[in-house]
Design a protein around this ligand. Structure first.
Ligand code: HEC
Ligand code: HEC
Ligand code: HEC
Length: 362
């Protein structure tokens, strides 16, 4: 579509159109956004697709976003994912912890108001036909912020990957300070309950969380953005605008998994490790992941022969499946049993022995 046509399409057209089927994604999105975003449900759920995608999936955008936020954000797109999409392609070893390679992150395209409104209206028509989101699940019971923070930071370890306060917290997941403005509460609830149901393969684990705790966490996240609003106003608005540096070429340098192990028999486990574990355990498997900076308990150094050699296989398998708490370790080590098959857990455990060059495979 020609640019002038794009600009000319008014909001009213999309506002009146009905939910789209796969075949008729609004042209305004198809022409400008489809190169980076899936606008229809992807056919493949493979890890390869996760590694290749250039932006988050938008095929269920109408069930995810608040329209007012979309209109504003598309005109002035502040960073949501500190380490980009997807994090592993944008982090590299630093002097101690891994760091985000800012030069590999390009600014998001900016739209003029009229185009932003047309695009937002079009996005709101992309609704999910599969019942991914539980409508009415969020009961909107207020939670004390101190209680919410305790769940988010200490009891559930969400802060290992997310920042609730800008600049403090993990970098591999979206920032949460403005999530309440960005996202519909039922989406927040449904996502925390089962991230893989919404985005198969995503590197947030499905955790076993009761409805009562899901309500608390969702309320806390919704309330956070109201709090952040107040702060922003009193500070006279500091803009968290996108990075100005562009260095797409250097991105290629981080596309390949670290050379920690290259044995073919570990190919799948190594891919899993790169996708799910390096965010905390580090590109070099040394415990210095990009999230580790703000973590109160440091991730295990998997390259340490002595430390890893002392852990029996049964414990390694238990911890991967059920999380740190299963072995009286920190909740910051999440449970991955909701994401991997038993076979994959066993492969990961064997791979860890290969990385540390220690212990036995028995
Ligand atoms: C060059 C690739 C690229 C193009 C083109 C692009 N986007 Fe994006 N988009 C991204 C990336 C990368 C992110 C993640 C940004 C972040 O998290 O900070 C993103 C994020 C978004 C988000 C927030 C998604 C979320 O889940 O948080 C929306 C909404 C969005 N884009 C809409 C659009 C629309 C509408 C267009 C077309 C007008 C478009 N994008 C074009 C790469 C792109
Ligand atoms: C191991 C890292 C990790 C942990 C632990 C984690 N998350 Fe996430 N979370 C992510 C990632 C990665 C995404 C989605 C990334 C994307 O869409 O690009 C995500 C997405 C979300 C979203 C949707 C946000 C959006 O903008 O799409 C919410 C809400 C959320 N997480 C809440 C939580 C809560 C609450 C906890 C604790 C119970 C938690 N997360 C634990 C990594 C994590
Ligand atoms: C959100 C951050 C995070 C992610 C993601 C993560 N870990 Fe961990 N992991 C930790 C922390 C923190 C510890 C240290 C826990 C402690 O010592 O109390 C740890 C410890 C471990 C241990 C040692 C357990 C023990 O008994 O001492 C193993 C094994 C392990 N992780 C494997 C993995 C694997 C495999 C993955 C990927 C599937 C993974 N971890 C992903 C944070 C993480």
């Amino acid at each position: 579509m020609k640019p002038y046509l794009f600009a000319a399409i008014g909001a009213s057209f999309f506002a009146t159109s009905l939910a789209v089927h796969a075949a008729d994604v609004p042209a305004v999105l198809q022409s400008k956004c489809a190169s980076c975003h899936a606008l229809t449900k992807p056919e493949s759920n493979s890890l390869d697709r996760l590694w290749e995608r250039k932006g988050p999936d938008l095929h269920y955008a109408g069930n995810k976003f608040n329209k007012e936020w979309l209109v504003e954000w598309l005109q002035d797109p502040a960073k949501i994912r500190p380490a980009g999409e997807f994090y592993r392609k944008h982090v590299k070893p630093g002097t101690k912890e891994d760091v985000v390679d800012e030069s590999s992150l390009a600014p998001h395209p900016k739209l003029a108001r009229e185009d932003a409104e047309a695009a937002a209206n079009a996005l709101m028509t992309l609704t999910d036909p599969d019942g991914l989101i539980e409508k009415g699940a969020f009961k909107d019971q207020k939670v004390a912020m101190s209680m919410g923070a305790m769940y988010f930071n200490k009891l559930r370890g969400c802060a290992a990957c997310h920042s609730a306060v800008p600049g403090k917290g993990g970098l591999s997941g979206p920032e949460m300070a403005t999530a309440g403005k960005r996202l519909q509460p039922d989406f927040i609830y449904s996502y925390i309950k089962d991230p893989q149901k919404i985005d198969k393969g995503v590197w947030m684990p499905k955790l076993d969380i009761s409805d009562a705790d899901l309500q608390k966490l969702t309320s806390y996240i919704v309330q956070l953005s109201a709090k952040e609003d107040k702060k922003m106003n009193s500070r006279n608005s500091i803009s968290f605008s996108w990075l100005t540096s562009i260095g797409l070429i250097s991105l290629l340098a981080f596309m390949e998994p670290a050379a920690a192990a290259s044995d073919d028999s570990f190919e799948h486990a190594e891919r899993l490790y790169d996708t799910y574990c390096t965010q905390c355990h580090g590109v070099n498997r040394d415990g210095n992941g990009v999230n580790s900076v703000f973590m109160s308990v440091q991730p295990r150094d998997h390259s340490d022969a002595k430390g890893m050699g002392d852990i029996p296989n049964s414990e390694i398998i238990d911890v991967i499946k059920k999380g740190g708490l299963a072995a009286n370790k920190s909740v910051l080590m999440p449970a991955w049993g909701g994401v991997f098959s038993d076979e994959e857990v066993n492969q990961l455990a064997a791979y860890l022995r290969h990385v540390c060059k220690c212990g036995s495979d028995q």
